[in-house]
Design a binder for this molecule. Structure first.
Ligand code: ACM
Length: 540
């Protein structure tokens, strides 16, 4: 049946359920919203009316029934297609929703289209019994909408693609040196000034090329509400990232007093137009803390997520070293030096979030200098940070750049568009293991899961994002959802076999993936300088 990600148990049997214009859908208590979603998706693709049936029994034969089963865990589901019709049961509505995604795969690739291709085709579900549950509770995708803005429709589409792969966390990287992408009512210049730049470097920062068109965009608070609600309908949590104290030049361009005004003329800074690690970081002042508390207050109103991401990565300390004001702060707080300012800054927001019932998560640099209980770490510089965090009792999301940075090129060939980083093929991602063997079972329980990170410096639009993300996200989704054997024992040939069916689904969804044979001519970017890395990278 070529399901992807692979379910735990699939027992096929002879026969099929045929959906017709008489078929009905019954959604039991707690599953009504999933019923509405599934009816909508199937009506679009099949043209069948699928009216609601109030009685489960009435869904017999040629119908679909959805219901909760308290004996199942939250996202666990059971899908049985047989003489009684199709029954999907989940531990919660989330479990039913995951099962509904499996049903869509069972109906064939055209079930992923938004209108029927013809009116006379038969829609059948083979008889089968499927039992399934995720390996990890955090199966994420990080989308960088700061370097290149992805308009709202693109984010909603990405949520649909995530849902089709049973992913459940969208980490939205909303702010960076090159752009501020979320409306903050009390600080309007963050978007008036910070949401656009006059021009953009094309390719790696060493490239001589510029795109001289202004680039920008941001989500209004209503756009964010819509994104969060759309995600919730798909049982996806949106975790916002506001990156502090580094990666902040767009905010400083909007409000120069946020920067280290005693060592740089922050009033002359614009939104950054090129790439790399930026020296212009936030000043460690009370004013900065109050300003960002105001930002986070609005962020908490918009995002109900348990975790709030505060960035914390790549904050050069040079300006703090030279700034008399920052040095006075070091002395006043009794810190060991400017390195301590970073831990103080992050610690402040960790406590601030905890007092409001939320948990801080940040990139693994936040471990330096100690981390408050309850805070969690996104381990990006290999596994090392994640191992240290888990051993110290912190929860971890594994996203090592050596394995699951999808901006990295996926083939060594010369045709790859703007080749960045290491070669990480579909097979490499399929053999990625989120839990390092060094961890004891007790420590490994702190690994909440894993996410793939999509940094968009060299991805200027949706097509470029599609190319970098797919097909590798399909392999990643199976790593995150399915209970696969050890990396060397994984059946990549079997996965590739299932991918042949999955490419047809991606085609129906309109995904501009990288074909197995290499980029199509229009997917190349000849002449744009990248930065391919060679040699064996440090894996942890
Ligand atoms: C990162 O890649 N700087 C988290």
């Amino acid at each position: 049946m070529e399901l992807l990600p692979a379910p735990r148990v699939v027992v096929p049997s002879r026969g099929e359920v045929r959906l017709t214009e008489h078929s009905r859908l019954h959604a039991g208590p707690g599953a009504e919203a999933v019923g509405r979603w599934l009816t909508g998706a199937l009506r679009q693709a099949t043209g069948l009316p699928l009216p609601e049936h109030r009685e489960a029994a009435g869904a017999a034969g040629d119908g679909i029934a959805l219901r909760l089963d308290a004996a199942l865990a939250g996202e666990e589901y059971r899908l049985v297609s047989g003489p009684h019709g199709v029954l999907i049961e989940g531990g919660t509505a989330a479990g039913v929703f995951r099962g509904a995604q499996t049903l869509r795969q069972l109906l064939g690739p055209d079930a992923f289209r938004r209108a029927p291709l013809r009116s006379d085709r038969a829609w059948t579900v083979p008889h089968v019994r499927i039992e399934d549950a995720p390996r990890f509770r955090w199966r994420g995708l990080m989308l960088d909408v700061a370097r290149h803005f992805l308009p709202k429709d693109g984010v909603l589409r990405q949520l649909d693609l995530m849902a089709a792969h049973k992913l459940n966390v969208l980490h939205l990287h909303l702010t960076d040196d090159q752009g501020w992408r979320i409306e903050i009512r009390r600080h309007p210049r963050l978007t008036e000034v910070g949401s656009w730049r006059a021009r953009t470097k094309i390719g790696h920062r060493a490239s001589p090329l510029w795109d001289e068109r202004p680039h920008g965009g941001y989500y209004t608070q209503d756009d964010i509400r819509e994104i969060v609600a759309y995600a919730a309908e798909r049982h996806i949590e949106v975790v916002p990232e506001i990156d502090v104290p580094g990666h902040s030049q767009a905010a400083i361009a909007a409000y120069p007093e946020l920067g280290n005004t005693d060592v740089v003329d922050t009033a002359s800074l614009g939104v950054w137009d090129t790439w790399g690690v930026n020296p212009n970081v936030l000043a460690p002042t009370d004013h900065t803390l109050r300003f960002y508390e105001g930002v986070f207050e609005e962020v908490l109103e918009l995002f109900p997520s348990e975790f709030i991401h505060v960035g914390g990565d790549e904050c050069p300390k040079d300006q703090w070293r030279r700034s008399p004001a920052a040095q006075a702060r070091v002395r006043e707080l009794g810190l060991a030096g400017e390195d301590g300012l970073q831990a103080w800054f992050i610690g402040h927001f960790g406590e601030w979030l905890a007092a409001r019932g939320r948990r801080l998560i940040g990139w693994d640099e936040i471990l330096e200098g100690g981390l408050a209980q309850g805070a969690a770490v996104s381990s990006w510089r290999g596994y090392r940070g994640g191992i240290a965090a888990a051993r110290a009792g912190h929860d971890v999301v594994m996203c090592p750049e050596q394995q699951v940075y999808l901006d990295h090129r996926q083939d060594a060939g010369p045709g790859e568009p703007v080749p960045i980083g290491y070669v990480r093929t579909l097979e490499d991602v399929y053999r990625f293991e989120p839990v390092p063997p060094e961890l004891t079972p007790e420590e490994a329980r702190h690994v909440l899961g894993t996410q793939a990170n999509v940094w968009t410096e060299v991805m200027e639009d949706q097509q470029r994002v599609d190319y970098q993300v797919f097909p590798r996200l399909a392999a990643f989704a199976e790593v995150a959802w399915s209970s696969l054997p050890a990396p060397e024992d994984r059946d990549f040939a079997g996965f590739e076999q299932r991918m042949t069916a999955h490419y047809r689904r991606l085609d129906a969804l309109g995904v501009a993936y990288r074909p197995p044979t290499g980029p199509r001519p229009w997917q190349r970017r000849p002449g744009v300088l990248g930065r391919p890395l060679d040699g064996p990278p440090p894996l942890r």
